[in-house]
Design a protein around this ligand. Structure first.
Ligand code: ZN
Length: 163
């Protein structure tokens, strides 16, 4: 188990396009295991490989309350979206910040498993948001570009919610 350093906004690597994974070898398996450790350690719901400095099309997600239901996506492609949800979004590469982003409310993703078998993942609500957010990281996109209004501090945002 190893925690990797999370790259933060301003780091050029976050704006680059990641490359497809051709083969899941020991190095890739170790990367995935470290990405899960890093995501759970940072208490995030998703993490993409470029966020730990690796330009490969791999992302991990876990939106469960118990943090015990990891989803590993290799070469994910969004194949369907539907509906709309407007809500707050954050990113481990943009620490302490949050912004309002409108996303589809349903997202269907095709990806490969660690055995390089094709798999389909569908999500609504938070899972849909996480799926699209992580896939966008693999194309060098960060959610801050989509924020309505301005990016806010988490503390400021929580104060507003209480009003
Ligand atoms: Zn992110």
């Amino acid at each position: 188990m190893a925690i990797r350093k999370i790259r933060v906004m301003g780091d050029d690597i976050l704006r680059k396009t990641s490359k497809e994974v051709k083969e899941v070898n020991d190095k890739i398996r170790a990367l995935i295991s470290d990405m899960l450790d890093t995501m759970y350690d940072a208490e995030g719901v998703g993490l993409a490989a470029p966020q730990v400095g690796i330009l490969k099309r791999i992302a991990v997600i876990d939106v469960s309350e118990e943090a015990d239901s990891p989803i590993v996506l290799i070469n994910p492609v969004i194949v369907e979206t539907d509906g709309e949800q407007r809500g707050s979004e954050g990113c481990l590469s943009v620490p302490g910040k949050v912004g309002i982003v409108t996303r589809p409310d349903y997202v269907k993703v095709k990806a490969y498993t660690q055995d390089m078998e094709e798999a389909v993942y569908e999500g609504t609500g938070l899972l849909a948001r996480a799926l699209i957010h992580e896939v966008e990281h693999l194309d060098g996109k960060i959610y801050v570009d989509l924020v309505e209004g301005r990016l806010r501090d988490v503390s400021e945002f929580e104060d507003d919610e209480e009003e």
